[in-house]
Design a protein around this ligand. Sequence first.
Ligand code: AP5
Ligand code: ZN
Length: 214
Amino acid sequence: MRLILLGPPGAGKGTQASILTKHFGMPHVSTGDIFRANIARGTPLGLKAKAILDSGELVPDEITIGIVRDRLAEPDAEPGFLLDGFPRTIPQAEALGRILDDLGRPLDRVLELQVDPEEIVRRLSGRRICRTCGHVWHLEFEPPTVEDVCDRDGGVLYQREDDEPETVRTRLRVYVEQTKPLIGYYADHGLLTTIPAVGSVDDISQRLIETLES
Ligand code: AP5
Ligand code: ZN
């Protein structure tokens, strides 16, 4: 299956992508994770991307498209993949269409996670991530037993810099202006399925799996 998970910041794309890719055995391609890994390693891409991610704006299309083109050409993505956080602009969606045409592997489905703005703010403000294993916790919805410590490996939990309230406002504006138009774009292509992303993580993953298996 070749899938896109679409939705605003904090909709639960990363959380659901981890579950779906485990369930279906396909690679999870998150452009946000790729940028953050490059920032952590101090690569030239990371040095370029850091200020942009911290501001909540988007990395330029030509950089992001090149990264996805290379990633989708890797052998593990041949049978299928789940894209999380890409495409985020109409030019990215058009470029993805051309990349997949060239590979002769069309997209199967775009799943939109729909969630209210107030819920987004709650989800992002409580998000905490383990420095060791990367597991994503939530102070209210999936709290660790000991504050700021990962239950899985004792790693220290941190907050993403772009989860500061002012940056969250920028990310939401950028989503509305640049990414939301993709909902109409993929509906016009007959690929869109909208899933209410309310309720527990398990309820939502059940909904997604049932949709994909039906
Ligand atoms: P990216 O990393 O893609 O961030 P995002 O889209 O803003 O999404 P998030 O990771 O914040 O949220 P999510 O939907 O994955 O939610 P999560 O599952 O963590 O992008 C970051 C930046 O990179 C961008 O701003 C941009 O600068 C750059 N970038 C990335 N891709 C780009 C592109 N294509 N083009 C240009 N620039 C790009 O869940 C959030 C929290 O809620 C967690 O704590 C979780 O535990 C909790 N939670 C999840 N589900 C539930 C539930 N059902 N109930 C209660 N809590 C829940
Ligand atoms: Zn951990």
